[in-house]
Ligand binder design. Structure first.
Ligand code: SF4
Length: 129
């Protein structure tokens, strides 16, 4: 699915922020595994394990639609080894996303400008201490 179709679906979703980030993660894993492990269609088992873990973390994120990017998160819910692995994926794939997925890249940049997350239904000032 291209970025435009995904943007329309995300806008219709009740979790557009989470859906968009899920899509961004999947794109980043594809870029990483294709370039690092030579897999054109499916992810290798190691990348698939990390993608599943990341999507699960996202699904359970306490901030949901109020989240910032995980890099700016004060909680960092990832296990330390998984965090090191996802950082490597982000570092590699982030700069390579712009040409192939410009809309997702711009959204990711905008999401990254939110430095503090908030919990939906709780004011931004009181949700994170
Ligand atoms: S690291 Fe923070 S923002 Fe990312 S999924 Fe975990 S709790 Fe949510």
């Amino acid at each position: 699915m291209n970025d435009e179709k995904h943007s329309i679906i995300a806008a219709m979703s009740i979790r557009p922020r989470i859906d968009r980030e899920s899509r961004t993660l999947q794109v980043m894993f594809k870029i990483y595994c294709r370039n690092k492990h030579g897999n054109q269609v499916e992810l290798c088992s190691s990348c698939q394990e990390l993608e599943d873990y990341s999507l699960d973390r996202l699904d359970r994120c306490p901030f949901q639609e109020g989240k910032t990017t995980c890099a700016n998160c004060p909680i960092h819910c990832y296990k330390s080894d998984m965090r090191a692995r996802i950082r490597a994926v982000m570092r590699f794939s982030g700069p390579r996303m712009l040409l192939a997925h410009p809309i997702l890249t711009v959204w990711h940049y905008l999401d990254n400008r939110r430095k503090k997350p908030f919990k939906p239904g709780v004011s931004a000032e009181t949700s994170i201490k």
